[in-house]
Design a protein around this ligand. Structure first.
Ligand code: 5RP
Length: 226
């Protein structure tokens, strides 16, 4: 069993009958959703899933997990998702799979969020992983130029065919190659104020627990209350 599968299965143990569960996106969240599908089928687990992407929606439907949209529920009991980087103080970068906007919306309405990662994602400071910024297409080339002027080394997220990618929300993604983010909270505030930015991949104070896949097994880290 690979480390992603291990943490996916471990995270699914936090899911109980009757819960509304946020279903993350990516190759690690895939295993969480797969395990929930197994429990729905084999253990008659009664849950309602809320997806964070079209990809996850397709997977959940195939597995027979009952679904509602985020707008059909007032809150989500628990969301389990992957992450691209998690710093020492449990802040994160997400959006490597281009689903950051819907992931952040679902996380925002979740009573609890758990991230599942392999140990390569645990870092001292954020920023080695390019920071995704989701932008409306209208005016996005000007935003790109603004990020260039700020020295943020932007690149367009492209499809395998080399075209500028369109997210599930019909936006573009500009990746910022920052190397290190000294103050994630300040950068998040700055990006929040940029007109045309729909959302960015800095997830600040959003989680209560991380499950890290290590060769010795899944290691659960509780995030201290802030
Ligand atoms: C998608 C995400 C993913 O959760 C993140 O990229 C981690 O993915 P993976 O588990 O495949 O490494 O934020 O937008």
């Amino acid at each position: 069993m690979n480390l992603k599968e291990l943490v996916g299965i471990e995270a699914a143990t936090y899911v109980k009958d009757g819960m509304i569960v946020g279903l993350g996106t990516g190759s690690t969240a895939y295993y969480f959703v797969k395990e929930l599908g197994r429990r729905v089928k084999e253990e008659d687990l009664q849950i309602t899933g809320v997806v964070t992407s079209i990809r996850t929606e397709e997977q959940a439907k195939e597995l027979g997990i009952p679904l509602k949209t985020i707008d059909e529920v007032e809150s989500v009991d628990l969301t389990v998702d992957g992450a691209d980087e998690i710093s020492d103080d449990f802040q994160g970068i997400k959006g490597g799979g281009a689903a950051l906007l819907f992931e952040k919306v679902v996380a925002t309405y979740s009573k609890e969020c758990i991230w599942i990662v392999d140990e390569s994602k645990m870092v001292n400071k954020l920023g080695d992983f390019p920071l995704p910024v989701e932008v409306v297409p209208f005016g996005s080339h000007n935003l790109f130029r603004l990020f260039e002027a700020k020295g943020y080394n932007p690149t367009w997220r492209k499809t395998d065919a080399g075209e500028i990618l369109l997210t599930d929300g019909d936006h573009h993604i500009i990746d910022l190659h920052l190397e290190v983010i000294e103050d994630p909270r300040a950068l998040a505030d700055e990006l929040d104020k940029c007109v045309g930015v729909v959302e960015h991949g800095l997830f600040i104070d959003m989680i209560s627990r991380v499950i890290v896949g290590t060769p010795e097994g899944p290691k659960t880290l509780e995030v201290p209350t802030r």
